[in-house]
Ligand binder design. Structure first.
Ligand SMILES: [Zn+2]
Length: 343
């Protein structure tokens, strides 16, 4: 009986040891598998995190590249000098942000018109992995596109209190006669009325002093196009217009040997380049601003009641304008654009 118990005890203790050994083996195996899994997860977390950061850097660079190129728009699609400048701007701004792209990575978008209205850029970057290499993933490639377009600027800063009527401007554009247009009229019979000056703060009063300041330096706030009604500034205001115009005109420091900026050659940002409200008259003393046009100022002529201001229509960019981006044809018509990321 004793021997039976002893042999049973030996069997139990022997097997218990084996069971413990088996458990210990299983534990080691599970621990090993768990550690491997954790290592793999850590490897992916680290390397995917790095890839994520790289993708963010690449996206920022592509956005900057597309936006910089879009500030050169619009351009005629068949103008090799302008289109090359657009591509170069994209390449240069990608490089400034740490990524090398080539002209092949830049696509000019015409939307079926004769003009370049948008730019898309795309580049990829490959990062070498660290721990993920242990499971055979030696590199991760990220690819990021960006697209920028121009749209009509529906608000501008620094507008001048001059104006041009929409139908008149449309007719001039249609006939290709956009040089030397009148932005403020004289009054041959000396009557009071609307001669092209708009009260941009929409508060009647301020008169000549406001007009002088805004014409010399631009309106200090944003001027919006849309349904707002703007009162006109009645009268010819020849004195303040004359003084403000010529002080502004004299601030141009470009092309000194050729008399400064003009329709043929100008530098964006020059005081001679102005943003002029395009208006529709709603009553004898009020107007609605329906858009903005870029003009190169050319002259303020005529004395007293016959004082008038002329300029030539041009295309300019409004960096802070609100884009509606819906109407490429009207944006070609009116000349003040804003660049925005469209993808
Ligand atoms: Zn200038």
């Amino acid at each position: 009986m004793k021997s039976t118990i002893r042999s049973t005890f030996r069997w139990i203790t022997g097997n218990a040891r084996r069971i413990r050994q088996d458990e210990r083996g299983s534990s080691l195996l599970i621990l090993g598998l768990a550690m491997t899994a954790m290592l793999v997860m850590a490897a992916f977390a680290l390397d995917l995190g790095l890839a994520y950061l790289e993708a963010g850097r690449l996206q920022n660079a592509m956005d900057a590249s597309a936006l910089a190129a879009a500030t050169q728009l619009p351009a005629r699609a068949n103008d090799p000098i302008r289109t090359q400048a657009i591509v170069q701007a994209a390449v240069m701004y990608a490089a400034k942000n740490g990524f090398r792209i080539t002209a092949d990575d830049v696509t000019l978008l015409t939307d079926g018109t004769d003009y370049v209205l948008g730019v898309s850029v795309e580049a990829d970057s490959t990062i070498q992995t660290h721990l993920a290499g242990l499971v055979g993933l030696d590199a991760i490639r990220v690819d990021r596109p960006a697209e920028a377009r121009i749209g009509v600027a529906s608000s501008v800063g620094g507008a001048v209190p001059l104006s041009i009527e929409r139908d008149y401007l449309n007719a001039c554009i249609l006939q290709g006669m956009t040089s030397h247009l009148t932005l403020k009229f004289g009054s041959s019979d000396g009557t009071e009325g609307f001669f092209g000056l708009v009260d941009l703060d929409r508060e009647v009063g301020g008169g000549a002093s406001d007009i002088e300041t805004w014409l010399a330096h631009g309106y200090p706030g944003k001027v919006l196009s849309g349904d707002l009604i703007y009162p006109v500034e009645p009268g010819v205001n020849s004195g303040p217009c004359f003084k403000a115009f010529w002080s502004r005109f004299a601030e141009c420091t470009h092309f000194p040997s050729e008399g400064g900026c003009n329709e043929q050659h100008y530098v964006l940002g020059c005081p001679r380049i102005v943003k002029v409200p395009i208006i529709v008259q709603t009553a004898s003393k009020s107007v609605k601003i329906v858009g903005f046009a870029g003009f190169v100022l050319e002259g303020c002529m005529g004395q007293g009641v016959n004082n008038y201001i002329v300029g030539s229509f041009t295309h300019i960019m409004e960096p802070d304008g609100l884009a509606n981006g819906q109407d490429p044809l009207s944006c070609l018509d009116y000349g003040i654009y804003t660049a925005y990321l469209s993808r």
